[in-house]
Design a protein around this ligand. Sequence first.
Ligand SMILES: [Zn+2]
Length: 185
Amino acid sequence: MRQIEWIVLHHTLTEDGQTVNWQAIRRYHTEIKKWKDIGYHFGIEKISSHYEILVGRPLNMPGAHAIGVNQNSIGVAIVGNFNENIPERSLWDKILSFVFSLAMTFSIPAERVIGHREVHILAELGIISEHYKNSGRKSCPGWNFSLNVVRSRLVDMGIPIRDDGLFARLYQFDKQVVEKKKIFW
Ligand SMILES: [Zn+2]
């Protein structure tokens, strides 16, 4: 099994602003991009009235979702557009319980649960190669999606912080990002 050190959250907003469902993403990644499997390891999608966890590529296979950390991360994509929409309470509950179990299973500290848009901070801090300083420099998983909410709730649930400096830098960045929009929690 490969070493897993990060959990990276995404939303599925496409470049043209459309959201697509899990099976459509899988078809796009395998049939158009010709990848071995969908780029993410897991998905979260609302199916009728409930959020479900969907399985993507096997965990022992590196993902294709976040340049710079693909080799040692798990990629989780939430089907939706959180530049436009605000995550609902039942979605937060689903994300938190799922990410909590992944963090426990793989001994991942709270500050290593990140959003795609935060990868460049790891390069800035020298945690990954500075070659990746422009990686993921976009809104994903959405301006209305606060990674601080995820990380602080995980800490409340008992997931430790191992690197205070990284936790603090990510906190500051997420606050800036989310304040451009609105407070939603
Ligand atoms: Zn992303």
